[in-house]
Design a protein. Structure first.
Length: 473
C-alpha cells in the first residue's frame, strides 16, 4: 500500500468517526452543518469515492435510524434514481464496476439534498442558512487565495505533506485557477452563485457584518475572473439586473443605484487585481473570442458538441450508461482518441466531455435519465416560486426563498456549457444539491411560519382562528 493510500484511508476513517460522533452526541443541525462545510474540501479523494460521499451516507444512515429526518421531494428524487438504474441495466454493462461506482457517487448528492433540507427546516432563523453558505464561501476563498500564491501549473502543499496537497492549477499555456472544486468551470459556477448569495446577505446585513460581506463579494468576483471561465462571468452579468428587479421592493430606487455603481466598482477592482497582481489574467482575452462559432456552435465546443450529438443519436433513450470513460482508459483499451471524420457512424471513438450538462446527460443516461434530473431543478424552482407568493414573517427566510428564483436559472443557464455532475466534480454536484435542499427547506419552514402567523392573527380579538398545516412531501 502506498503512503498516499494509507493517508486517504486514515483520513476517511477519522472523518467518518467524527461525523458519527457529532450525529449521535450533538444536535442534527451541527452534524449536518459540519458536512455542508466539508463538501468543497475532500480530505479523501479517490476514483472510488471521497470523504463527503462517505460522510453523507454515514450521516443519513444514523439520522434515519434515530428517526430525525424529514424526507422531501421523494418522487422527484426517486425518478432520478430510476432513470439512472434503467440506463445502467439497459446500456451500462461495459465497465460494470465503474458504472456502479458512478451511481453510488451521484446518489450521495441526493442524500446531501435531504440533509440540507433538514438543516434548513431545523434552524431557528433564515439567517443561519445564509451563515452556513457564507462560512463555506470564506473557506473556499481562503483555499483559492493559497492556490493563487503558487501560480499556474503548481500545487499548494500545506507543510509539505503531499496527502494534503491542493488541486493543481492549469499550466502556464492556459493559466486558469481550478479552485476547490477541481476545475475552472465548476469553481466559476460556484463563484457566480455565491456573488448573488452575498448580494442578498449584504442587503440584510448590519454593522461589521456588512463590511465583511463586502469583502466576500469582492473576493468572489476576483475568484470568478481568475478562473477565466466566460460562461460564469456572462451569466453573472446577465443575472444581476434580475437580482435588482426581484429585490426592488426591498432595495428601493436609491439602493438599486448604489448596488449598480458598487457592482461596477467591485468588478473593476477585481479585474485589475487579477490582471496586475496574479498570473491568471486570461478572462478578458478569452471574452474577445466569445462570439467565435463553427457552424453555429461556439468554437470551444466545435468538436465536443458534434461528437456528443453523434453518440446520442445512436442511443437516445438510455445513453451509454452513467459512467463516462476517460481518455486514459480508452487509450489502454486500444481505442482511438479522436475519430470524427464521419460523425454519423461514430461508435467506439473517444469522445471528450461535451461541456454541456444536457448533452452529458443524454450521452450517459439518455432521455430516460436526463428528464428527471432537469425536472428536479424545474420543480424546485416552482416550489420556491409558490413560496414567494405568501408573506413569510422571517425577513431572512423571505429573502433567501426569493434568492432561489435567481440561483436556479443562473445554474441551469451556466450548465449549457458545463457539466456539474462529472465523476471528478462530485463535490460540486453535492454543493448544488445542498443549495437546493437549503432553498426548499427554507421555503417549507417559511410556509409553516406563515400558517402559524395566520393562526395567531385569526385568533386575535375580532378574528377567527385559522390553522394551516404545511404539506411536507
Amino acid at each position: 500500500m502506498s503512503s498516499s493510500a494509507a493517508w486517504n484511508i486514515a483520513f476517511g476513517i477519522i472523518a467518518l468517526l467524527l461525523i458519527l460522533v457529532l450525529a449521535t452526541s450533538t444536535k442534527r443541525t451541527t452534524a449536518i452543518g459540519v458536512l455542508l462545510v466539508m463538501i468543497p474540501f475532500q480530505i479523501v479523494d479517490t476514483q472510488y469515492g471521497s470523504s463527503s460521499i462517505l460522510i453523507a451516507y454515514g450521516l443519513i444512515a444514523v439520522l434515519l435510524l434515530t428517526g430525525e429526518l424529514r424526507l422531501r421531494m421523494l418522487p422527484a428524487l426517486g425518478l432520478i434514481v430510476l432513470g439512472y438504474l434503467a440506463s445502467f441495466v439497459v446500456a451500462g454493462q461495459e465497465n460494470l464496476v465503474l458504472q456502479v461506482i458512478t451511481m453510488i457517487q451521484f446518489f450521495s448528492a441526493l442524500m446531501v439534498f435531504i440533509l440540507a433540507y433538514n438543516f434548513a427546516r431545523a434552524v431557528a432563523s433564515g439567517k443561519s442558512v445564509l451563515d452556513i453558505l457564507l462560512v463555506i464561501d470564506a473557506l473556499v476563498i481562503a483555499y483559492c487565495i493559497l492556490q493563487l500564491t503558487v501560480g499556474p501549473g503548481e500545487r499548494f502543499t500545506p507543510l509539505g505533506i503531499q496527502a494534503l496537497a491542493f488541486n493543481v492549477n492549469r499550466t502556464p499555456d492556459d493559466p486558469r485557477l481550478v479552485g476547490a472544486f477541481g476545475n475552472p468551470g465548476s469553481t466559476a459556477g460556484y463563484f457566480t452563485l455565491m456573488v448573488l448569495v452575498c448580494a442578498v446577505a449584504y442587503m440584510l446585513a448590519e454593522g461589521r457584518r456588512k463590511f465583511l460581506i463586502q469583502c466576500l463579494i469582492g473576493l468572489n468576483l476576483l475568484g470568478l475572473v481568475v478562473t477565466g471561465n466566460r460562461a460564469g462571468f456572462l451569466v453573472l452579468l446577465a443575472m444581476f439586473p434580475f437580482f435588482l428587479y426581484v429585490f426592488r421592493s426591498e432595495l428601493g430606487p436609491k439602493r438599486i443605484t448604489t448596488y449598480m455603481l458598487g457592482g461596477i466598482v467591485a468588478l473593476t477592482l477585481a479585474s485589475a487585481t487579477a490582471i496586475y497582481f496574479t498570473d491568471f489574467d486570461t478572462m478578458f482575452t478569452r471574452l474577445e473570442r466569445v462570439t467565435e462559432t463553427t457552424n453555429g456552435v461556439p468554437s470551444t465546443r466545435s468538436v465536443t458538441w458534434p461528437a456528443a450529438i453523434a453518440k446520442i443519436r445512436l442511443h437516445p433513450w438510455f445513453g451509454y450508461g452513467p459512467y463516462y470513460p476517460k481518455v486514459q482508459e480508452l487509450e489502454k483499451s486500444g481505442l482511438p482518441r479522436v475519430e470524427f471524420e464521419d460523425l454519423n457512424t461514430l461508435v467506439t471513438a473517444y469522445d471528450p466531455y461535451p461541456h454541456s450538462l444536457y448533452l452529458y446527460l443524454l450521452r450517459t443516461v439518455g432521455i430516460v435519465g436526463a428528464l428527471p434530473v432537469v425536472a428536479f431543478f424545474i420543480l424546485t424552482w416552482k416550489l420556491i416560486w409558490s413560496a414567494t407568493r405568501r408573506e413569510i414573517p422571517d425577513r431572512y427566510r423571505s429573502n433567501v426563498v426569493r434568492m432561489g428564483l435567481l440561483l436556479i436559472p443562473a445554474f441551469l443557464i451556466a450548465q449549457i456549457t458545463l457539466e456539474f455532475n462529472r465523476e471528478e466534480t462530485m463535490d460540486y454536484t453535492q454543493f448544488i444539491f445542498a443549495l437546493m435542499g437549503l432553498l426548499v427547506g427554507t421555503a417549507d419552514r417559511g410556509r409553516q411560519e406563515t400558517a402559524r402567523h395566520s393562526a395567531l392573527v385569526g385568533a386575535a380579538p375580532g378574528g377567527e382562528a385559522i390553522s394551516h398545516q404545511p404539506a411536507v412531501r
